[in-house]
Design a protein around this ligand. Structure first.
Ligand code: DX5
Ligand code: ZN
Length: 216
């Protein structure tokens, strides 16, 4: 089954509760955390995740685009995240392993994220303990960018690794996902589709979510 995770990066942050309710029909709520260092943009942090947790029961998929994320895992877990993803490029391997350990201790689901430049094999040291792998299909930092078709090869290879070592692990893609790009990504092995601008710019948001779910 294909899951849809609307990204609130495309929501109106002054009307966040209203815009979260608009995507209530989706599977996950994707929350983009950016620190102005790992990526050039700055978005939201722990206090906002805490407030989001109070206004929705949706599964909170929190994408950490921050340097040395181990420092903040407990804070985001306590704020109410259900899943945290850390970028493999955001720290040394020991820092990534530590972040995943803390996720386990805090009882949140574990994910790693890959920038387009990162090799699929980089997930191998962690794959057995992961709940999800996030493959970026744009350079992280901003919504509304164009899907990078070359990432279809990465999606295929990550799917192979998942099937070999941990078939229950989900494969999420993020960036430039819309009705024209989703079918090839699903065929390549993605099963969770993050979509910001496609969902929030749609005239009928529940219909857009349903259409993405049916992407083949
Ligand atoms: C980009 C973020 C994405 C972003 C996707 O760095 O991680 O989640 O919101 O936006 P669209 O769907 O507009 O490409
Ligand atoms: Zn994201």
């Amino acid at each position: 089954m294909i899951k849809v995770a609307p990204s609130i990066l495309s929501a109106d942050f002054a009307n966040l509760e209203r815009d979260i309710k608009k995507v209530a029909a989706a599977d996950y709520l994707h929350v983009d955390v950016m620190d102005g260092a790992f990526v050039p943009n700055i978005t939201i942090g722990i206090p906002v995740v805490k407030s989001i947790r109070k206004c929705t029961d949706m599964f909170l998929d929190v994408h950490l685009m921050i340097e040395k994320p181990a420092r903040y895992i407990e804070g985001f877990a306590k704020a109410g995240a259900d899943l945290l993803s850390v970028h493999l490029e955001s720290d040394h391997p020991t820092g990534i392993a530590k972040a995943l350990d803390i996720m386990g201790q805090c009882g949140v689901k574990k994910a790693v994220a890959l920038r387009p430049i990162t090799s699929p094999e980089a997930i191998l040291p962690y794959i057995e303990q992961l709940d999800l792998v996030l493959v970026m299909t744009v350079e992280p930092g901003f919504g509304g960018q164009k899907f990078i078709p070359g990432q279809l090869d990465t999606i295929r290879r990550v799917r192979e690794i998942i099937q070999q070592y941990n078939p229950a692990c989900e494969l999420e893609i993020d960036g430039g996902v819309a009705l024209d790009t989703a079918p090839a990504a699903v065929a390549a092995g993605a099963n969770v589709l993050v979509a910001g601008s496609y969902v929030y710019n749609a005239p009928d948001i529940p219909a857009a979510i349903a259409a993405l779910r049916g992407a083949r």
